[in-house]
Design a protein around this ligand. Structure first.
Ligand SMILES: [Zn+2]
Length: 277
């Protein structure tokens, strides 16, 4: 496994901008077990904050520890990734929801949650995904926390569910569906953009047409690391790290023909307000 080596080329850019926030990564993943401390130290040198998204109850304990250990730098969200729907019984989900509720002061959002039709094809499981999604939206409403949304091949359905059940604070993580952009923007939701922007025309169009006030930066680390050939690699080949938000910020500035400083300040301000950091 290669560790992402943006450092050589981009460290000078990153060092100039100390305010970026990675609004969506997964520091709890086992990929970081061996050197999590060093990884967090590296992002601490270059970023203002990171928001780690716990996608599975099995990582919640570790996530809470990270929040405590790196207070005011590592923030957390808690949810269940929709692709894990077949793994959890009703009882287990209820237990996890209680656990989240009793730790509400340690988290800044509920998620990721949503719909994933790429990994889940069967109608009955998709129905269960939707039930869990609605349940987690209700928890977010009850705890007055924003929502972090994952939708894959299911954006229209996910938006319909959100419009029906959610309050206004919604982050569309890894949003790729240009035809739904206007609806998302009109709803006042935020879109977070990662390194997929570097190679996707569709996401470039989304960035071009989405107001800067509704954009945030993310990496989805350890996923979406970029190899030496400039392409995105599986995480066991290139492991991504949160400081790669610098690349995303730089690309947004290029697309929007803005100064990177403006992109940095506005997206950071958006994140601070959205997650109430
Ligand atoms: Zn994620």
């Amino acid at each position: 496994m290669m560790i992402i080596d943006h450092k050589k080329v981009f460290i000078s850019i990153c060092m100039l901008f100390l305010f970026m926030i990675d609004t969506h990564c997964h520091l709890e993943q086992p990929d970081y077990d061996k050197d999590r401390k060093e990884v967090i130290k590296r992002c601490r040198n270059q970023l203002q904050a990171v928001i780690t998204s716990c996608v599975n109850p099995r990582y919640f304990e570790l996530t809470l520890q990270l929040v405590q250990q790196y207070k005011d730098f590592v923030f957390a969200t808690a949810g269940i990734h929709p692709s894990y729907i077949k793994t959890f019984s009703h009882g287990k989900i209820r237990e996890y929801v209680d656990w989240i509720t009793s730790n509400k002061d340690s988290i800044v959002a509920i998620g990721e949650t949503g719909l994933d039709y790429n990994w889940v094809k069967e109608t009955n499981w998709r129905k269960k995904q939707k039930q869990l999604f609605v349940r987690l939206i209700e928890i977010a409403n009850q705890l007055q926390l924003p929502l972090v949304i994952h939708s894959r091949d299911a954006t229209e359905d996910a938006i319909a569910v959100l419009e029906q059940y959610a309050d206004e604070h919604v982050q569309m993580h890894m949003f790729t569906n240009y035809s739904c952009l206007k609806r998302v923007v009109d709803n006042g939701w935020l879109i977070s953009v990662n390194t997929l922007l570097l190679r996707s025309k569709g996401i470039r169009k989304i960035v071009r047409d989405c107001p800067l006030e509704q954009l945030m930066l993310e990496t989805d680390s350890p996923w979406l690391g970029i190899g030496e050939d400039g392409n995105i690699k599986p995480k066991d080949i290139v492991r991504n790290e949160p400081f790669a938000v610098c690349l995303v910020g730089k690309k947004i500035a290029e697309i929007k023909k803005m100064d990177i400083k403006q992109v940095d300040e506005q997206t950071t301000d958006n994140a601070v307000k959205f997650f109430n950091l």
